[in-house]
Design a protein around this ligand. Structure first.
Ligand SMILES: C[S@@+](CC[C@H](N)C(=O)[O-])C[C@H]1O[C@@H](n2cnc3c(N)ncnc32)[C@H](O)[C@@H]1O
Length: 315
C-alpha cells in the first residue's frame, strides 16, 4: 500500500464554493493525496472528477486509494491523468472534454514530497539535490545550483524566496562549486547558513527555508505554468462553472488575483445604457477578498498559515 499522508488545506471552502452539481465534470489540477477530490466525490451521486498530478508517486497512491471510484462503471467516476496542469486543455481534449463545470488548484508541494528524504526537497534530511515534482523532468535542483550563473541565482532567490541575502548566497554557491559540485541538501544548506550574517540567522525560521523554496519554484517552473493553465481553465469553464485556487506564496496569489481581475472587469465606452453580451466580462468574482484559514484550521495545520483561496464564476 502506498501511504500518502497530506492534510488538505481549506478543504470545505475550496469545494463548497464550487457549488458542485450532480452530473457535472470537475477537474482537480493538483490531486496529491486526493483529500479535496474525496470530499468533492462525497458531494456527488453521479458525475466525473478528473485528477491531474505530475508526480507519478501521487498517481500510483491514488490508483490504490480510489480503486472503487476509478472503475469504469462507478458513479461518481474518477479519472487520473499523470500530466502537468500546463497540459490541461490538450489532456482533456484526449478524453473528449471541451467544457467543465468546476476546476480547482491547491498549489505547491504535498507533505510526502517534503517528507520523503530521497525527493531532495527538504533541508531537514540529507539527500541528493533534486526537488522535481515530476521525476521524468530533466531539470533538477542539482543543475540549478551547479550550472545557473550568478545573476540567475540572485534573481530566483530574490523573486521566489524574498531572500534579502540573495547575492551573498549566490556568491557562496559560486565559490563552493568552483572547487567541487554541490551534491546534497545538507551541503547547500550549510553554504546558505555560512552566507547569511549571524545577526540575521538568529531571527526568523531556518536560514535555508527561503532559498529552498526559491529553488523549488524554479525547478518546477511553478509560476510560469500557473498563468498559462489558469487562462486555459477559464476558457474551459461552462457558464455558471466555478474556479477555486489556493495559493501559498505572494507571487502565486498575485498571478491569480490579476488574472481574475483581467477577466472580471471590462473597459466600457461611457454612457452605455445596456452592456451588450459580447462586451460583458467572462468572469465574476465570488469573493472579493481571499478566503483564509479559520482559527481552528490555523491551530491544526501549519501549511494553512500562508494559504489564500480565490474563487470566480464564468458568466
Ligand atoms: C498541495 S498538493 C495537493 C494536495 C491535495 N489537494 C490533497 O488534498 O491531498 C499539490 C500536488 O499538486 C501537484 N502539482 C503541483 N504543481 C503541478 C503541476 N504544475 N501540474 C500537475 N501537478 C502539480 C504536486 O505534485 C502535488 O502532488
Amino acid at each position: 500500500m502506498t501511504e500518502f499522508e497530506h492534510t488538505s488545506v481549506l478543504l470545505h471552502e475550496t469545494i463548497d464554493n464550487l457549488a458542485p452539481k450532480d452530473g457535472g465534470i470537475y477537474v482537480d489540477c493538483t490531486f496529491g493525496g486526493g483529500g479535496h477530490a474525496a470530499y468533492l466525490l462525497s458531494k456527488l451521486t453521479n458525475g466525473t472528477v478528473i485528477g491531474f498530478d505530475q508526480d507519478s508517486y501521487a498517481i500510483s497512491a491514488a490508483q490504490e486509494k480510489f480503486q472503487t471510484n476509478l472503475r469504469e462503471d462507478h458513479q461518481p467516476h474518477l479519472q487520473l491523468v499523470k500530466a502537468n496542469f500546463s497540459q490541461l486543455a490538450p489532456e482533456l481534449a484526449k478524453l473528449g472534454i471541451d467544457g467543465v463545470d468546476g476546476i480547482y488548484y491547491d498549489l505547491g508541494v504535498s507533505s510526502p514530497q517534503f517528507d520523503q528524504p530521497e525527493r531532495g526537497f527538504s533541508y531537514r534530511f540529507d539527500a541528493k539535490l533534486d526537488m522535481r515534482m515530476d521525476r521524468d523532468q530533466r531539470l533538477s535542483a542539482y543543475e540549478i545550483v551547479n550550472e545557473w550563473d550568478f545573476n540567475e541565482l540572485v534573481r530566483i532567490l530574490y523573486r521566489y524566496g524574498d531572500e534579502k541575502f540573495a547575492k551573498q548566497i549566490a556568491r557562496q554557491i559560486e565559490k563552493a562549486r568552483a572547487i567541487a559540485p554541490i551534491e546534497t541538501t545538507f551541503q547547500l544548506s550549510d553554504l546558505i547558513k555560512a552566507a547569511i550574517p549571524a545577526y540575521a540567522r538568529r531571527t526568523g525560521g531556518h536560514p535555508a527555508k527561503k532559498s529552498f523554496q526559491a529553488i523549488r519554484i524554479a525547478v518546477n517552473n511553478e509560476l510560469g505554468v500557473l498563468s498559462e493553465s489558469l487562462e486555459a481553465a477559464i476558457k474551459l469553464l461552462k457558464p455558471g462553472g466555478r474556479i477555486s485556487v489556493i495559493t501559498f506564496q505572494s507571487d502565486e496569489d498575485r498571478i491569480v488575483k490579476q488574472l481574475f481581475k483581467k477577466y472580471s472587469e471590462v473597459d466600457l465606452p461611457r454612457g452605455l445604457p445596456v452592456i451588450p453580451d459580447d462586451l460583458k466580462p467572462p468572469l465574476k468574482l465570488v469573493n472579493r477578498k481571499p478566503i483564509l484559514a479559520t482559527e481552528e484550521e490555523l491551530a491544526n495545520n501549519k501549511r494553512s498559515h500562508s494559504a489564500k483561496l480565490r474563487v470566480a464564476e464564468k458568466i
